[in-house]
Ligand binder design. Structure first.
Ligand code: G4P
Length: 541
């Protein structure tokens, strides 16, 4: 079950009079993210979803992306290539009268703690897998966070137009490595590399795809009865039936309850680049993915969607104008209606926040967001006082649980480049730590003047360095350390772990004690040397 989400509202249509349309608006919204390893096809799929929901008229390969990928996000590439406007945080699409909010999980070079935090703002995730590669490291990392948070997962096996693995072997891998029971909704007709269509397992029909030139347009789909399919596809159809019979025999059938409680994952087969199987994914999002529901507050109470407005900040972005420290806060609406211009309260500071400049837009036009409902994302301009994890509310006070911190994999010692500016250095590091830009670790051994910065992705160091110089006028020197694994430990083990070669124990600002290791093999050898040692993996705290 979702950590912070209560699925059952015990009150029979309570407060329906308050904001009449809020429950209805919430019910027609889906907030989701695509989790994948770079190159599995996330940008291509995003573009295909935009095409199928008529947000764009034509899809094309995002050509020459390799040259740009290190400087701009994929969505900015799509935006530039297609001349549409997508903020770097969320893309809003409408399909079958349902509003789909696709939140961006930055990958590649800009993979960072933010990527994980986005998952706090979604109600479902699409796990996109390359048919030839199966589950890759970044997919598994993001999956672990989803699992921890109880986020339901829809699996899409992509690139079926290319030679890949045997579909049953892929299902085995999903089951073994994620612990989820895969329940295919469609099954490919034609082996990987010879993708003709799919069996719709609910109806037994054959859905045949026809490629369009360059995959630029929606691929026509035709439905055939099993008898027609057998006549058309011969052996490929017979093979597909034989495999689906195996699935039937093992009970690999979709069950909404077990999907939503994170026990099973519906599986679809697709080719994003050819626009095959995209409608099926949209239908699953509309029909099976959960709508925004009541959320648990820090006190353990429930905030229902029809309660007064509340939202939390899941991402901060520095604006274009660094000199003004212009900051954009992306919030996910949890309850009530957002009206641009309303004055809300920040739960952490107790101060009012005017939402006059609610940023525009998601989708085709760069318009201002005037109204938003639970499940929507709003970008708030001039948000210098807000931080990641902050709650905003109207009327009845509410605070959502803090966003978790994640296992860092990159470490660097920070020192003031100019020793005379140590005071500014100290203040800047404290601020970056409070904002969650980087995690900050310290030990008596290293001393106050040389804190260790810890990050999920190295780009966090670049951001920290840039902000230290620009905002705090305290340039820092960073020396990278050779650790890649951090585990939580207890004070009782500090000295003994420090005595192990290559291992170092430091305290994080939040008080958590972290043992750092060069790699997982070193963790294993330490565990062999100290069998009782207290070491806990750090997915989230
Ligand atoms: P990412 O955002 O997950 O990193 O992946 P992206 O969509 O950029 O796709 C990575 C590569 O995989 C691209 O090829 C893209 O065209 C290709 N791709 C995506 N979906 C499919 C699919 O369903 N089938 C096949 N065969 N390929 C797919 P590229 O060579 O890097 O770029 P391009 O020159 O093709 O544009």
């Amino acid at each position: 079950m979702h950590d912070d989400v209560l699925t059952v509202d015990p009150r029979p249509h309570a407060a329906a009079h308050a904001h009449d349309d809020v429950p209805a608006q919430a019910a027609r919204r889906r907030a989701f993210a695509v989790i994948s390893h770079p190159d599995a096809g996330k940008s291509t799929l995003t573009e295909a979803l935009a095409l199928h929901t008529h947000a764009i008229g034509e899809a094309g390969h995002i050509n020459g992306k390799s040259g740009r990928r290190h400087t701009v996000s994929d969505w900015m590439e799509i935006e530039q290539a297609r001349g549409i406007s997508i903020t770097s945080a969320a893309l809003q699409l409408t399909y079958r009268d349902t509003v789909l909010n696709l939140l961006d999980t930055p990958g590649h070079a800009d993979f960072s703690e933010d990527t994980y935090r986005v998952l706090a703002a979604v109600d479902a995730a699409v796990m996109l897998i390359d048919a030839a590669k199966g589950l890759e490291p970044q997919t598994m990392k993001l999956f672990a966070v989803c699992k921890h948070r109880g986020i339901p997962i829809i699996t899409v096996v992509n690139k079926w137009d290319r030679p890949g693995r045997d579909p049953l072997a892929l299902l085995d891998e999903i089951a073994e490595r994620t612990g989820l029971a895969p329940t295919p909704l469609t099954w490919p007709v034609g082996i990987a590399g010879d993708f003709r269509g799919v069996v719709d397992r609910r109806t037994g029909e054959y859905v045949r795809f026809t490629a369009t030139a360059g995959g630029a347009r929606i691929a026509p789909e035709e439905r055939f009865t099993p008898a027609e399919a057998a006549a058309r596809e011969g052996q490929a159809w017979a093979d597909a039936l034989e495999e689906t019979a195996l699935l039937d025999a093992t009970g690999a059938d979709h069950d909404t309850e077990s999907f939503r409680s994170g026990v099973s994952t519906p599986v679809l087969f697709a080719s994003a680049v050819r626009n095959f199987g995209v409608h099926a994914l949209l239908d699953v999002l509309v029909d099976l993915a959960p709508a925004p529901g009541a959320r648990r507050t820090a006190d353990g109470d429930a905030r229902f969607v029809e309660d007064p407005f509340s939202a939390f900040v899941f991402k901060m972005q520095a604006g274009m104008n660094a000199a003004h420290h212009d900051r954009l806060a992306f919030v996910r609406v949890c309850s009530g209606v957002f009206h641009r211009g309303m004055v809300v309260t920040s739960a952490r500071t107790g101060r009012p926040f005017a939402t006059k400049y609610a940023q525009q837009a998601f989708g085709r036009d760069r318009t201002v967001v005037d109204v938003a409902y639970p499940g929507d994302v709003v970008g708030l301009v001039n948000a210098a006082d807000l931080r990641v994890g902050d709650t905003l509310y109207l009327d009845a006070p509410v605070t959502y649980p803090p966003l978790p911190t994640f296992a860092p994999e990159h470490f660097a010692v920070a020192r003031a480049a100019d020793a005379g500016r140590y005071k500014q250095f100290r203040r800047g590091i404290a601020q970056l730590s409070a904002e969650g830009v980087v995690q900050v670790l310290r030990s008596d051994l290293r001393g106050e003047q040389a804190p260790v910065l810890a990050a999920v992705g190295p780009m966090q160091f670049e951001v920290a360095q840039a902000r230290m110089a620009a905002e705090f006028n305290a340039p820092v020197r960073l020396d990278r350390l050779g650790y890649t694994v951090a585990m939580a430990t207890s004070p009782a083990w500090r000295d003994r772990l420090n005595g192990q070669p290559g291992v170092e124990v430091l305290a994080r600002t939040d008080g958590e004690l972290l043992a750092l290791f060069p790699d997982k093999w070193r963790v294993n050898s330490v565990v062999r040397a100290l069998p009782d040692v207290e070491l806990t993996p750090l997915v989230a705290t």
